[in-house]
Design a protein around this ligand. Structure first.
Ligand code: NAG
Ligand code: NAG
Ligand code: NAG
Ligand code: NAG
Length: 268
């Protein structure tokens, strides 16, 4: 019960909207703040099957994502986030042919405008990491994170509440954002470029950057630039083994950086 006081104070800080979210079920809010975990303790899944590689009856969208080609996008925005880290844009579950999952999300019953406060209450440590590594360049993190959850997160079919053996409210939200933080940890793009001598403050050819990252990870990534040729974003493409083991694969789209190269600016 040590947890109770901080939780209550979060409630006070968070205010009206958040209280409304929980008003429906008096009993369940207490339950919803039990320690969240990232453990997938749902149905027993055959972890050998790779998404987009189903064989007929293997199909179980709790055990393998329906939108099985997943793009993890990282952005490089001067003025935002640590000077030596790409920051997160989002995890986007796409169709196996590379086309986008439904643009407006997949489950209206799970949309929320309060993802920031919800995560802060459930998992302060995750919230802290998100504030550092997933900043909105429009200055409103809660809006940004809610947008990512509403348009992409609720399309991850393996995170549907009925896929958990013991679902607690917002565990799906926690697991989506935690996965992004974990992937950010696994794929240190700045470090991989650095090792290859690719450092902010200069212009490089697209091939130099692609080769550096291929050397580090074994797959081709997607690199996007703005109209002036400045680096904007890097996309990593994955298939998913079982529910949540992401396996890097080659990007299925070409990036938008042109022949004049990629300007990789210093952030500060
Ligand atoms: C998992 O799938 C593989 C390949 O389809 C199959 O050989 C294996 O028996 C399955 N394992 C279980 C526990 O269902
Ligand atoms: C899918 O089916 C084909 C043809 O029956 C077989 O050759 C292949 O090994 C199967 N793949 C998996 C992952 O079970
Ligand atoms: C890609 O796959 C989706 C879902 O299966 C389908 O609706 C869409 O038409 C496909 N697009 C192309 C270009 O094949
Ligand atoms: C689910 O929760 C119940 C009650 O807390 C517990 O008895 C049961 O072992 C849990 N099941 C799993 C699979 O964790």
């Amino acid at each position: 019960m040590r947890l109770l006081l901080p939780l209550l104070s979060c409630f006070l800080v968070v205010g009206d909207l958040f209280t409304i979210v929980h008003a429906e079920t008096d009993v369940s809010w207490q339950q919803s703040f039990t320690t969240p975990t990232t453990t997938m303790d749902g149905p027993v899944c055959n972890r050998t099957v790779l998404s987009c590689h189903w064989n007929g009856s293997d199909e179980n969208t709790c055990c393998s994502p329906k939108y099985g080609l997943v793009v993890f996008t990282l952005q490089w925005v001067p003025g935002y986030g640590p000077s030596d880290e790409f920051t997160i844009h989002g995890i986007w579950p796409d169709n196996c042919n590379g086309s986008r999952a439904p643009r407006r999300g997949c489950d209206k019953t799970r949309i929320s405008k309060n993802i920031g406060p919800i995560i802060k209450s459930m998992n302060p440590e995750l919230h802290q990491q998100m504030a550092r590594l997933w900043p909105s360049y429009k200055g409103d993190n809660n809006w940004f994170w809610s947008h990512e959850w509403n348009t992409h997160g609720n399309c991850v079919s393996t995170l549907r509440p009925n896929c958990y053996a013991n679902y607690t409210k917002y565990q799906d939200v926690n697991d989506y954002f935690q996965k992004a933080i974990d992937l950010h940890h696994d794929y240190d793009i700045y470090g991989a470029l650095n090792v290859a001598g690719v450092l902010p403050g200069r212009t490089y050819s697209v091939e130099t950057m692609l080769t550096a990252l291929k050397q580090a990870y074994g797959s081709r990534v997607k690199i996007d630039c703005d109209r002036s040729g400045q680096l904007k974003e890097i996309g990593l493409f994955f298939y998913v083994k079982g529910r949540d083991e992401y396996v890097l694969t080659d990007a299925v789209h070409r990036g938008s950086c042109g022949a004049r190269g990629v300007y990789y600016p210093k952030k500060y």
